[in-house]
Design a protein around this ligand. Sequence first.
Ligand code: ADP
Length: 198
Amino acid sequence: MDKNIVWHDSHLSKAQRSQLKNQKPCILWFTGLSGSGKSTIANALEAKLYDSRVHSYLLDGDNVRHGLNKDLGFDEASRVENIRRIGEVAKLFVDSGVIVLTAFISPFISDREIVRHLIEEGEFIEVFVDTPIAVCQARDPKGLYQKALSGEIKNFTGIDSPYEAPQKPEIHLKTDTITVDEGANQIVEYLQSKGYIC
Ligand code: ADP
């Protein structure tokens, strides 16, 4: 890093910005296979949070790849960089007092741990959207498994690239046994019980 670039401290603190919003900021880091339900549950949760006047922002995998990360591919180095940048952006949102939802496959434990350690203790909430691959393949909402199985897409998580499941996620959703609404409610209850929201 250029030694002439120094971090500029703001006059306002994260605590003050959070207090104004009456919430404790954090990152809800959704991880799971493609088609597991990350975006669907994150969107349902955002709607619930909005109704409760909670300030949140959803960073969605596909959307970020259209802009911020459009120069990145899907090889291992690019995936690591993809997650690193998202982590840094999410950290800025946390600093602004917002509850950030991220919906990325984020298949590697080490990458998720990098983000966990970017921010303060208790600010990283790992949400494991745990759906058997057979169910994800049957859903195949974007037709990606079909393309991966035919070889049209390479390095596809769960097919020819590994997915490392969280070992101790803060929240564990088994979407083959609960509805989208139940999944979103489970997260709201967690946030309330830990004092992130009222
Ligand atoms: P991801 O973001 O993990 O790639 P999506 O949310 O885009 O997955 O797709 C998940 C699909 O599974 C959606 O079509 C959704 O309607 C469907 N689905 C069915 N049951 C559930 C459930 N219980 N939780 C989440 N998604 C579900």
